[in-house]
Design a binder for this molecule. Sequence first.
Ligand code: SF4
Length: 267
Amino acid sequence: MEFQQQRMLFEDELDARAAWESEVDRLIGSGALFVANHSGGKDSQVQLIRLLERVPANQLVVVHASLGPMEWPGAMELARDQAAAADLPFIVAKAGKTLLEMVERRFESRPEVPSWPSASTRQCTSDLKRGPIQREVRRYAKANGFKTIVNCLGLRAQESPNRAKRTVFSRMGISNSVLTWYEWLPVHDMRTTEVFEAIAAAGQQPHYAYALGNDRLSCVFCVMASKPDLRNGRAQHPELFEQYVALEQRTGYTMHMNRIPLLELTA
Ligand code: SF4
């Protein structure tokens, strides 16, 4: 790329950053509620560290979408304890079904289509995380008189090309006459090493699954997980693994987005 083009891109980025920084400051000043979505993973953890540096505690709430027995044990507790240490309210958002129940129901109602969520249509994210979190945030906002929500997600550009393209700050389409919603990605520009350094600098420990070699943390077996993460999951949670394998075999569809059965992927 030409030097001139590079410079223009850099200047555009700086302008965009200055614009969202001032919008965030305006929203802090006007008393908006900042929602720290917290999976128990390192990116959520560093996001909350960063948010606490900027947003007054009385405008912060931490929300964890519980995936029940499907998620890494200790994830919810890590989010809860980090919130408690900062004296912040903590909410657990629960869906009316687990991921495996969702897959079973889909198989029973439409056996001719793949039963598992895919990377492009992540019904699991919308039904098990986003939907229950929005429901709980609406309830909290109503009970506490907030009219503006800033929904903060610990997504980082380094994670994938799709995440790199995400806008750091935007108004959400679910805004209505009752609540105005914004989405903010406060740690979008952080590198993985910076995330772990910032957690250590804050005197905190990340979830133990990272020490086992996991890249990511949420469901023990994620439709998009790397092979090492799936192998760790199998080694640490063999009974849960058997449930996933049994459901793959019953539905005739594979869980993972690369369409290789779990038994083969983790062999
Ligand atoms: S961790 Fe993976 S499988 Fe679990 S809800 Fe999120 S995207 Fe779906």
